[in-house]
Design a protein around this ligand. Structure first.
Ligand SMILES: *[C@@H]1O[C@H](CO)[C@@H](O)[C@H](O)[C@H]1NC(C)=O
Ligand SMILES: *[C@@H]1O[C@H](CO)[C@@H](O)[C@H](O)[C@H]1NC(C)=O
Ligand SMILES: *[C@@H]1O[C@H](CO)[C@@H](O)[C@H](O)[C@H]1NC(C)=O
Ligand SMILES: *[C@@H]1O[C@H](CO)[C@@H](O)[C@H](O)[C@H]1NC(C)=O
Ligand SMILES: *[C@@H]1O[C@H](CO)[C@@H](O)[C@H](O)[C@H]1NC(C)=O
Length: 465
């Protein structure tokens, strides 16, 4: 009798264990390709209670069912497994691509950290056409589709849209096109505090220059800001930012700031003090980077880029946005004053922007209407030729001044004269598009952008499936 009882218990126990499904790692958002800077949630499905996470068989400190990793970089690549009730999941391989996806999603206006119920304007830029592209948001554990208005995508390479008011603590936005093509992903966080600390929406790369900013909702009158890194005070000043001019590994950590501020028109004149939430700065090695060499003309190369890589050129004037400036291995057009850079582009990726080449053509000259410069030069040439003809007629000395007209023109202009400049100006005018390579949010808000958006919300969210 007793034996049967024990046998029954063992059978039930066996059945319970057997029916318990093996844990399984799943990823959200479900990116087919994971790029530098993505943030993802890994879930240990079919698990109860605490979970053990492993990367390449090494136990990690993480023990929640959902593990939020990111912004990821190459060093996060590996075989992920979770272990629950003594059972291990199969390997879940994550291989982080060391380059940027083929399209850019960036913050056009707004900040990576916003108030609860706040929104941002995002901007999507693709190389070819927005046809077939849609955007997505992952928040509160659900993926929702953001529909883009059709007539704003056809024949366009960029679009801006406003997000819905955000009620979740974190939301991940990205866009995808046909055949696996997708954009960078952008992480927006909310905070219920008065004081916010603004940090990059992705990883900082070694050698980058960046600022952490202390922002107070509803006022810009900040009289003092104290910055903390991993609970240690690192700066105390009247400036509301903390500048890092060359990011190194040692800069990674959790930052927050404490602001002393007052509201405009506050009658009491009393100051308030508040502290932000922690924001983590992740430091990653710079992904594949293009290399610009400037000799007689500029050439672009990228040693690690795959075969079939083509090169795109970008140009910007002081404090403005990068504008596309054609393609090709070399840049042989005339140059005007400003900064030049290039990068490698292939089907599923793009390199980081190259080193920057500054062209120091006299900026004053390029500001003057080019047609006037051209007219002045032509008049100068006519005058010089006229003077020489007159001089020759009077003196009869023929040989000495023979080459003078040409050399006078050249030295005056320091180059090919006004004609090249003029032609190039026309070339730029026809390229109405541009590209934000700057992922820093503050500068990303550009006035010209309104055209593509029509100043309107371009889409609405809809639950997927
Ligand atoms: C794993 O769990 C998540 C969250 O509960 C769910 O969204 C997802 O569909 C599950 N995946 C699988 C493969 O069961
Ligand atoms: C990722 O998982 C965490 C922990 O459950 C959750 O708080 C967060 O909202 C998830 N991320 C997104 C973007 O939904
Ligand atoms: C796009 O279509 C909407 C109506 O669906 C219209 O109001 C709007 O003017 C159109 N915009 C453009 C740029 O054609
Ligand atoms: C720290 O504060 C001082 C003023 O007290 C300021 O001059 C300096 O630029 C700040 N340092 C950084 C790294 O922002
Ligand atoms: C940044 O720091 C690294 C390491 O100290 C150094 O090798 C590099 O030249 C620096 N870069 C700049 C732009 O100062």
């Amino acid at each position: 009798m007793g034996m049967t009882y024990i046998f029954l218990i063992l059978t039930v126990f066996y059945v319970v264990v057997k029916s318990q499904l093996k844990p399984e790692v799943s990823m959200a958002p479900t990116f087919n390709l994971v790029y530098n800077g993505d943030t993802i949630n890994l879930t240990c499905n079919h698990s109860t209670g605490t979970v053990k996470w492993l990367i390449n068989d090494e136990v990690q400190e993480q023990d929640n069912k959902i593990w939020s990793i990111g912004p990821v970089s190459a060093k996060d690549s590996g075989n992920y497994q979770c272990e629950n009730n003594g059972q291990k999941s199969d390997n879940f391989e994550i291989s982080v691509l060391e380059y940027f996806p083929p399209a850019t999603l960036s913050i056009n206006s707004g900040e990576p950290v916003i108030n609860l119920e706040g929104a941002v304007v995002l901007e999507l830029q693709v190389e070819e056409s927005l046809m077939g592209w849609s955007c997505w948001v992952y928040k509160g554990g659900e993926v929702k589709k953001i529909k883009l208005k059709k007539n704003l995508t056809i024949d366009h390479t960029e679009i801006t849209f406003q997000t819905y008011r955000l009620r979740d603590t974190i939301a991940i936005y990205w866009c995808s096109g046909e055949t696996d093509l997708r954009s960078t992903s952008i992480t927006i966080k909310t905070s219920e505090r008065m004081v916010l600390m603004e940090i990059l929406p992705g990883p900082a790369f070694l050698g980058d220059e960046l600022s952490l900013r202390c922002v107070v909702t509803g006022t810009d009158q900040i009289s003092r800001a104290i910055f903390y890194k991993d609970d240690q005070q690192i700066n105390d000043s009247a400036l509301s930012f903390y500048h890092i001019n060359n990011v190194t590994e040692s800069n990674k950590g959790k930052y927050r700031c404490e602001a002393t501020y007052r509201f405009k028109g506050s009658t009491s004149g009393k100051s308030n003090t508040g502290v932000s939430e922690y924001q983590e700065l992740i430091v990653a090695a710079l992904p594949l980077k293009a290399d610009l060499t400037a000799t007689a003309y500029m050439t672009c190369s990228c040693s690690g880029c795959p075969t079939g890589t083509s090169y795109r050129w970008y140009y910007k004037q002081h404090n403005q946005k990068w504008l596309p400036k054609g393609s090709g291995d070399s840049y042989t057009h005339a140059m005007s004053a400003g900064s030049y850079a290039c990068r490698g582009v292939w089907k599923v990726g793009r390199s980081a922007l190259s080193n920057i080449h500054h062209s120091d053509v006299d900026t004053q000259g390029t500001n003057m209407p080019l047609i006037i410069i051209f007219v002045i030069i032509v008049l100068g040439v006519i005058l010089v030729i006229g003077a020489i003809i007159l001089y020759r007629k009077r003196t009869g000395e023929e040989d000495i001044y023979e080459d003078m007209p040409m050399s006078t023109v050249k030295s005056k202009d320091g180059g090919d004269g006004g004609y090249e400049e003029l032609r190039k100006k026309h070339g730029t005018g026809s390229e109405g598009e541009y590209d934000t390579l700057n992922t820093t949010p503050a500068e990303a808000a550009g006035g010209e952008k309104a055209e593509a958006a029509g100043g309107e919300k371009a889409g609405g969210e809809r639950t997927k499936r």
